[in-house]
Design a protein around this ligand. Structure first.
Ligand code: SF4
Length: 406
C-alpha cells in the first residue's frame, strides 16, 4: 500500500464524513457519544494518539491532570508520547510559574515545551488594544462628521471593545494560550511528518486540559472527550479531553499530595486560583491577596490604567474596581506575612479556570477586533496624530517574546 503525507488543507475521507454531536442538557438523557474522536467511546485510548499534550499553567488542576495522564500513559506504555506545554504569560504570571511548570514536567520525566505570544505579553497587549480602540472611535467619528457635512447618511460610530479582558472578551486566553499551543501542534505535526514517524495521515493529538465540572454550571455541561474541529486541519487531527472533569477540589489536592510533585506556593498563601497574578475575573479576595504579594506588578497595572486614562478613556481593570483601588486596599492591609494564610473566599466570578459564561477559554481563537460588551466612549480628548504617536510608542515597547522551546 502506498503511504503519503497529506498536503496542506487536504483531508482524509473519514474526516470529511465526520459529524459532531451536540450536548443535550435534558436531564435523564443518555450521555452523548463523542463523534469524530479517534477512539470511539467516552474516554480516549491513549495508544490511539501520536502526541498527548498536557496543558499546564502549573496550577492545581493542570497538575492533577498531568499526574493522571502520566499514570495512564505509563500503564499503556506510551509515556514517550506525552508532552507538557506551558503558555508563558510573561510578567503577568506569578513569579517562577514557568520554572514550576518545568519542574513538574521534569518530576515525571516528560518533555516540557513553553510558548509565548511573540508580539508581546498581556500588559502590552492591553495597552495596544486600548490605543487601537481609541483610534477606531476617532476615525469613525471623523467619518461621521464628514458624511454629515456632505449631507450623506451618517455611518455608525465605532463602539469600543474593552481593553482589559473580561468574561466575554477573553482574548488573553485565546491569543496568549490557545493560539500559541496550536502553533506547537503545527511544529510537532511537521516534525513527525518530516521524520517519517507519521506517514499517510494527519498526526493525532490528544489535547488535555484540567477543566472540572465542579467549577461552574457551564463547565459541568461540557463533554469531557470531543473532537476539536477548529484545531484540526489536513496535517493534524486534534481531540480534546478533560481527564479530571468529574473530580472534586478535594480529589485534586489528594492526588497532588499523593504524587509528591511540587505545587505552587501561592495556594499556601490563600490563593484559590492561579494563572495571571491579576485576573479581571478573579474574586476580590484573590485580587487583594495577590496585590499584597505582588505590589510591584499591581503598580504596573496602575501605571497602565493611568496612561490609558491620560488618553481620555475610562478603561480600568474591571468595571467594579480599578487596580488603583485594589492596590490601595491591599496597602492598607499591609504586606502578607510569611506565616499568614488568607482565606480568599472562593472565586465566584471565576478565574482562568472558572468562566461563568460558558465560552471555552482554551479552544477559542479570537482576534483583536471589537467583539463583545461594546462600551460607549466619549470623544477622546487627544487629536488623532497624538493617538497615532501613542500607538506607535506602545508598539515599540512591546516585548519581543519569541517562542522558547526547552
Ligand atoms: S488568568 Fe484571567 S487574565 Fe489571565 S489569561 Fe486567564 S482569564 Fe485571562
Amino acid at each position: 500500500m502506498t503511504r503519503r503525507i497529506l498536503s496542506q488543507g487536504e483531508q482524509f475521507p473519514w474526516r470529511v464524513a465526520m459529524t459532531r454531536t451536540a450536548l443535550s442538557d435534558t436531564p435523564g438523557e443518555p450521555s452523548p457519544v463523542p463523534s469524530g474522536t479517534v477512539t470511539s467511546g467516552n474516554t480516549p485510548d491513549l495508544r490511539d494518539y501520536d502526541v498527548i499534550l498536557a496543558n499546564s499553567s502549573a496550577g492545581k488542576d493542570s497538575q492533577a491532570t498531568l499526574d493522571e495522564i502520566v499514570r495512564r500513559a505509563r500503564e499503556l506504555g506510551v509515556l514517550d508520547r506525552v508532552r507538557v506545554v506551558h503558555a508563558d504569560l510573561g510578567q503577568v504570571e506569578w513569579p517562577d510559574t514557568i520554572d514550576l511548570a518545568k519542574k513538574q514536567a521534569d518530576y515525571y520525566g516528560v518533555p516540557f515545551i513553553s510558548v509565548a505570544r511573540p508580539q508581546g505579553d498581556l500588559l502590552a497587549h492591553i495597552e495596544d488594544r486600548a490605543v487601537k480602540q481609541i483610534l477606531k472611535v476617532q476615525e469613525s467619528k471623523k467619518a461621521a462628521a464628514e458624511a454629515a457635512a456632505r449631507g450623506e447618511p451618517i455611518p455608525e460610530i465605532h463602539k469600543a471593545a474593552p481593553a482589559f479582558p473580561d468574561a466575554k472578551a477573553r482574548y488573553c486566553t485565546s491569543d496568549h494560550k490557545t493560539g500559541q499551543v496550536r502553533k506547537v501542534m503545527t511544529d510537532l505535526a511537521r516534525q513527525l511528518h518530516e521524520s517519517g514517524q507519521v506517514t499517510g495521515r494527519p498526526v493525532r493529538f490528544l489535547n488535555t486540559l484540567g477543566i472540572r465540572a465542579e467549577e461552574s454550571p457551564a463547565r459541568a455541561k461540557r463533554i469531557p472527550y470531543t473532537h476539536d474541529e477548529r484545531a484540526s486541519n489536513g496535517q493534524r487531527h486534534v481531540d480534546q479531553w478533560y481527564p479530571i472533569h468529574d473530580w472534586s477540589t478535594a480529589d485534586v489536592w489528594n492526588r497532588i499530595r499523593e504524587s509528591g510533585a511540587p505545587h505552587h506556593w501561592a495556594y499556601d498563601k490563600g490563593m484559590t486560583r492561579l494563572s495571571c497574578a491579576f485576573c479581571p475575573l478573579a474574586s476580590h479576595g484573590d485580587l487583594l491577596t495577590s496585590a499584597r504579594l505582588n505590589p510591584e506588578l499591581a503598580q504596573k497595572y496602575v501605571d497602565l490604567e493611568h496612561r490609558i486614562r491620560d488618553m481620555g478613556v475610562p478603561y480600568r481593570f474591571t468595571q467594579a474596581h480599578s487596580m488603583e483601588e485594589i492596590l490601595e486596599e491591599a496597602k492598607a492591609l499591609g504586606p502578607l506575612r510569611d506565616d499568614e494564610r488568607v482565606p480568599s473566599g472562593g472565586c465566584p466570578g471565576g478565574g482562568c479556570d472558572n468562566f461563568p459564561e460558558g465560552e471555552q477559554p482554551d479552544d477559542d481563537v479570537e482576534t483583536d477586533g471589537p467583539r463583545h460588551n461594546p462600551i460607549s466612549l466619549g470623544i477622546p480628548s487627544i487629536p488623532i496624530h497624538r493617538a497615532a504617536a501613542i500607538l506607535s510608542e506602545a508598539r515599540r515597547m512591546l516585548t519581543d517574546r519569541r517562542r522558547v522551546y526547552r
